[in-house]
Every structure is written in C-alpha cells, then in structure tokens.
Design a protein around this ligand. Structure first.
Ligand SMILES: Nc1ncnc2c1ncn2[C@@H]1O[C@H](COP(=O)(O)OP(=O)(O)O)[C@@H](O)[C@H]1O
Ligand SMILES: [Mg+2]
Length: 335
C-alpha cells in the first residue's frame, strides 16, 4: 500500500539504508524498539512510512496495549492525512483497536472528514464481497480466541479455495489443513500464555505467500518457560524460543498439537516461521530444498543442536511481547 506522501522528517531508527521507511513485520521490531524505548516519547508519525502493512500495525497495537498496562506510559501517533490511507487504516480495524488499547491520536481531527467514510464504504463493499470473515482484518485476541479461530476456519473454507483456484474438497485444501492447525496453535498460545494479543492475515489477492501474524503482550517465551521442567533451562530469549519450539516434542500431550508439530506443517508448505520474543529473533525458513532436506534429517529426533543449526538466530533490542509471522507458499505459486 503506498502513501501519497513523500518521506519527510525524522528517521527514528536511523537504520533505513534504502530511503523509504516501511512499517511492516520485518521492520517493526527495529522501528518500534527504537521509538518506544521509554515512558515519555515523541508521537510516532505514521505519515513517515511509505508502507503501513497490517502485520506491522498488529505489532504496534500489541506494543500500545503493553504500554497502557504500565503506569502512565502513553502511546501517541500522528495519523497521515490522506483520506485513502485513513480509510484503509479504519477498515483494517487499526484505528478502533488502537484507541481501545489506550493509544492516543494527536491529530484525531484528520478523521473528521466525510471523504474517508465514502472511501471506507467502497472498501467495505469490496472486502465484504469476500465476506465479513475475510481474514484481512486485524483482530484482538483475548477471551474471544475461539471466535478468532472460527474466522480462520471460515477463511479457509470459503475463500482459500477460490484464491488457489481449486475445489473446496480438493486434495490441495485437505493438504492446507496443517497450516490452519499451525495458525490455531499460535492463536491459542496467545490465550494460554500471554492473555491478550492481535492477529492479522495477509492473504493478498495473487500474492504467492499467505502470511499470518500474531503479536501478544505477554512476558515472552523466556518467562513462560522459566517455571517449566525443561531439560535445558534457557537463559536467553533466543534459547527460550528454540526451547519453546521443541517443548511439545519432549512433553507430548494428547489433544495438544503444539508448535513442534506445527513445524512439520510448515515444511509441507515451504513455509517460514519468524518469532520475535524479548530480544530474541528466531527464523526457520523452509522455502528452499536444501533447508527442507536438513529439516527432514533431524525432525524425528528433535535434536536441539539440529534445530539451532537450522534456524537463523539474532539478538536485537528488546521489545515487549511476542511477535510471530507465519508464511506459507501457496501451491499455486509452487508451479
Ligand atoms: N505467545 C507465547 N508467549 C509466551 N510463551 C509462549 C508463547 N507461545 C508458546 N510459548 C512457550 O512455548 C511453549 C511451547 O508451546 P506449545 O508448543 O504451543 O505448547 P503448549 O502451548 O501446549 O505448552 C509453551 O509452553 C510456552 O512456554
Ligand atoms: Mg500451545
């Protein structure tokens, strides 16, 4: 999504090598960690970004909700003035969820413009033709997690086949069930381990990759694993994420799918999983055949050294909460 705005003003992270700053999943950690490092910060000017992607905004929502839980940690943003962008932000659910999460909009008056309503109506009709459950929208995940999962189901049943150009009862659809389970597991984990989070989906039309992202405001993997009997008690966020991925391999429970089993699902759809928790980032990229082979060689063993080697590990400035992006290469793109 492009803004009519040219880039202006300050560059918050100072790290944008190629000019135009974007707020998307990949940049959100860096942008938000540098901007919202403190209790009192300048408002974040959203018009500085050439891209405001739903998964980046989801991240911002979680951080806003987290800050609201601290004492007097206000979060402020400037909205862009472009009515098309504002209509888009409203239709995604961002504006409402942001305010409900305790976020403040410095220039709220830009929303008092009937032009936005008109564009939003058009957008809504367009989205509604894909159904109100169309998982383009950002949703808050809390005690309603079952409804959110219901929306995922509805999406897979109603829209996914059309998007892939296959029949609802086809093998491709059957094969996509693992991805649904992986998504469900991540949503359920928000409810069980973190309390509140936000989920979004980016099944853009003709986009070869399905992305699902989920950000929560919990204490992160390191905190939840601290009280568990795991063989290797992690000391860093990166180690904790790796341990979390392995957890259900070593502590299987009937009726529980768990992240480890979701990995096999990921592999079958040439997927990629990125988890950012605290200051740790773990990326498991199974899009290449070389990585798939490496995956197959160790999956049955659940060997920690194998997983560690398979993943890309990074330590970055800490951000509150846990942020997960799950990508799936759709079968159509594979041909
Ligand atoms: N969103 C999250 N926030 C904090 N910790 C998490 C989160 N998701 C998973 N974890 C940690 O990873 C572990 C493994 O998760 P999972 O495989 O889904 O199994 P389960 O949820 O049944 O414990 C969890 O027990 C928890 O310690
Ligand atoms: Mg779980």
């Amino acid at each position: 999504m492009n803004h009519a705005y040219a880039r202006t003003g300050r560059d918050d992270s100072g790290q944008f090598a190629s000019g135009a700053p974007k707020l998307n999943w990949e940049s959100a950690g860096r942008v938000l960690a540098s901007h919202f490092a403190d209790r009192h910060v300048e408002p974040l000017d959203l018009s500085e970004f050439t891209v405001l992607s739903p998964d980046g905004l989801t991240w911002l929502l979680a951080l806003t909700a987290w800050r609201a839980r601290q004492e007097n940690w206000a979060t402020e943003i400037h909205l862009p003035r472009d009515p098309r962008t504002l209509a888009y932000l409203r239709e995604l659910g961002f504006v409402d969820l942001y305010q409900l999460s305790g976020g403040l909009i410095v220039n709220e008056f830009v929303l008092w413009n009937s032009e936005i309503d008109r564009i939003e109506d058009r957008l809504r009709r367009k989205f509604e033709s894909a159904g109100r459950n169309s998982p383009r929208f950002i949703q808050r995940v809390g005690s309603n997690w079952q409804n959110v999962i219901g929306g995922v189901h509805a999406y897979f049943m109603e829209y996914f086949p059309g998007r892939l150009g296959v029949d609802a009862l086809s093998d491709v659809m059957w094969d996509s069930r693992p991805f649904q389970y992986a998504v469900e597991e991540i949503i359920m984990n928000v409810a069980v381990h973190a309390g509140v989070g936000f989920a979004c989906y980016r099944p853009w039309r003709n986009h070869p990759v399905l992305r699902f992202s989920c950000s929560d405001v919990g204490g992160g993997f390191l905190a939840t694993l601290r009280h568990k009997a795991v063989a290797r008690q992690p000391k860093t966020d990166v180690a904790a994420i790796l341990e979390g991925l392995l957890y259900r391999h070593y502590a299987p429970e009937s009726g529980v799918i768990g992240l480890y089993n979701a990995l096999e699902f990921l592999r079958s759809f040439r997927g990629r999983l990125q988890i950012h928790s605290g200051s740790g980032v773990v990326e498991l990229d199974l899009r290449s055949q070389a990585h798939q082979k490496q995956f197959d060689e160790g999956y049955a063993s659940g060997d920690p050294a194998w997983l560690r080697k398979l993943c890309q590990l990074r330590t970055v400035p800490a951000v509150a909460g846990t942020h997960i992006a799950l990508d799936l290469t759709t079968p159509r793109a594979a041909h």
